[in-house]
Design a protein. Sequence first.
Length: 132
Amino acid sequence: MITSGTVPGGGVNLTINRADSPLAFRITGEYYKKGAGTNVPIGVVGMYQASNESGKATFFLGAGPGLIYLKTSIGAFSASTTKAMATGLAGVRLSLNEKIGVFVKGQFYRALTSGAKNSLSIGGGIAINLGS
C-alpha cells in the first residue's frame, strides 16, 4: 500500500511468548525519517495470539505504552524531544518451519501530547524463533 507521505524505514521486534498461554509481550522499535524529521518510536506491547488449526498461521493483536524520540534538523540547527506514546498493532505470522517464519503487521503510534499526529506503520519481515 503506497499512500501520500509514505517513507521507508526499518524496525526490530522481540516477542516473548509463553508456551502455555496465548498472551505474549513484544518490545518493538522503528526508525524512519520524514523530511527534516527523524522518528524513533519504542514500545512495549501486551499481545493476544491465536493460531489456526494447523499452527502454521498465528494472528496477533496488542497495545501498550512507549516513548517516541523526535528530532528535527534544519541546516546547522536541530531540536529533539522524547514523548510518551501509545501504540497498537495487529498482524499475522506464517511459520515456514519450526524456527523460521515471515510476518506482516500494521502498527499505530501516537505521542501523548496536544496536537500530535497519528502515525501508521505497515511492514513485514522474517521471524526467527530463538526458543525451544
